[in-house]
Design a protein around this ligand. Structure first.
Ligand code: PLP
Length: 431
């Protein structure tokens, strides 16, 4: 009926999430409002975790927290027994303050600062995913100065084209992330790391892109990376124990999207790693996967109140809402498409094509372009669907608009995970 099964419709003909009336929640918490079905997030975590246990055994699923980072989600992910991927000091600090087990934290990023690496070393972060030589040297000296040994993985570009938006395709040689496999750069950095003090070479990592629907690029990456581990062992006698295959699994933003079920990815990838390991006489590496979007995106919606409706005859009808690119910049950045529904009439006849626009001072500030909806008027509520990933985490205060709150729904109860920013919050750092 709707994009995800966490949405429904009740006897008042209102949209529901996790069984709660979205109009009631909008009344209680105000709009714009991010709503997330916590039970759905947990279910998604378990699909990955169970598949990893079933098809591979020796693995760990990490939640890529950049998709949506806050204390609440860090606690939830810890409860689900998963690991966490962080890409900045801020995401790491969030995990620390949520009490996330540090041994299961993987610290990524193509330009970690000395301050961020120091924070990681001081807090005994489980793995640092090293991007380049200068980072490696900096890390070695920080670890040495603290008489600690740090366990590292290396970010490798396996040279794979994934069919996704150019800005979110990261596995090719022309990418700012990591060291290249085919030029020998990856092999060099591993050999060099072996010679450095206070560095323990544990694994290799790749992440080929995001919102990928094909299974083939993942299989190719798994094949190349496992082969690379075997090459390193054969040529240098270096044992690589961990293979982190990144995230990037596509989700259903539109009803025409058709993602592969996540357990099938894990099944297929596990098969490839096992095959190559067997062929090359390799001990099975521990594998890691890092889904972000697919854990949280389908569980979230954003609720807006309609304000001005502007009909430009023969051109377009703009339905303006009380949020916009400040809470969801994905249209303006990538031209991302979304599905939307009218909260008070979710299954009504979609008789008019409109463009849902935000309230920011940019003509490109659009949430959904050319979508057929039932007729709406000022005061109606609209929900944009599948906004649980890369919405709150990419939100800004552009035009000094405060960020909406995030409310989690679980067991038919709503709980505030992040408060709405006040005007005072906006000025907290102004002198
Ligand atoms: C962004 C990212 C992920 C998560 O990607 P999704 O598309 O959200 O699943 C995982 N690993 C790394 C290194 C990333 O940069």
């Amino acid at each position: 009926m709707f994009l995800t099964d966490c949405l429904g419709i009740n006897e008042k003909n209102n949209l529901t999430i996790g069984g709660l009336d979205v109009a009631d929640l909008a009344k209680e918490f105000g709009t714009p409002l991010y709503l997330m079905d916590e039970d759905k997030i947990r279910e998604n975590c378990r699909i990955y975790k169970n598949a990893m246990e079933k098809y591979y055994g020796k693995g760990l699923v990490l939640y890529a927290s950049k998709a949506f980072s806050c204390r609440y989600i860090c606690r939830l992910v810890a409860e689900e027994g998963m690991g966490l991927d962080v890409v900045s000091g801020g995401e790491l600090y969030t995990a620390i303050s949520a009490g996330f087990p540090m041994d299961k934290v993987y610290f990524h990023g193509n330009n970690k600062t000395a301050q961020e690496l120091t924070l990681a070393v001081d807090n005994n972060v489980g793995r640092i995913v090293v991007d380049n030589i200068s980072e490696l040297e900096m890390l070695s000296s920080i670890a040495k100065s603290k008489s600690k040994t740090v366990s590292v993985l290396f970010r490798i570009k396996p040279g794979i084209e994934a069919h996704t938006h150019e800005f979110i395709s990261t596995g090719r040689i022309d990418s700012k992330f990591g060291v290249a496999l085919e030029t020998g750069e990856a092999e060099e950095i591993i050999k060099y790391a072996k010679s450095l003090a206070n560095i323990d070479v544990v694994g290799v990592h790749c992440h080929i892109g995001s919102q990928i629907f094909d299974i083939d690029p993942f299989l190719l990456a798994a094949e190349k990376m496992t082969g690379f581990i075997a090459d390193i062992k054969d040529r240098h006698g270096i044992e690589i124990a961990e293979l982190n295959l990144g995230g990037g699994f596509g989700i259903k933003y539109l009803s025409s999207d058709d993602p592969v079920p996540y357990d099938e990815y894990i099944k297929a990838v596990s098969g490839v790693v096992k095959d190559v390991a067997k062929k090359r006489g390799l001990t099975l590496p521990k594998i890691l996967m890092e889904p972000g979007r697919s854990i949280v995106a389908p569980a979230g919606i954003t609720v807006y109140t309609v304000g001005a409706v502007k009909e430009i005859p023969n051109i377009r009808t703009y339905v303006s809402v009380d949020g916009g690119m400040c809470d969801n910049p994905r249209y303006i950045m990538y031209g991302s498409e979304y599905e939307a529904v009218v909260v008070g009439n979710p299954l009504g006849l979609r008789e008019k094509t409109v463009t849902i626009a935000g309230k920011c001072c940019e003509s490109g500030d659009i949430l959904v372009k050319d979508i057929a909806l039932p007729l709406v008027k000022a005061g109606d509520l609209i929900a944009v669907l599948a906004t649980g990933a890369y919405n709150y985490s990419m939100a800004s205060n552009y035009n000094r608009i405060s960020r909406p709150p995030v409310v989690m729904v679980s067991g038919k109860k709503a709980r505030l995970a992040i408060r709405r920013e006040s005007y005072e919050d906006l000025m907290r750092n102004d002198l």
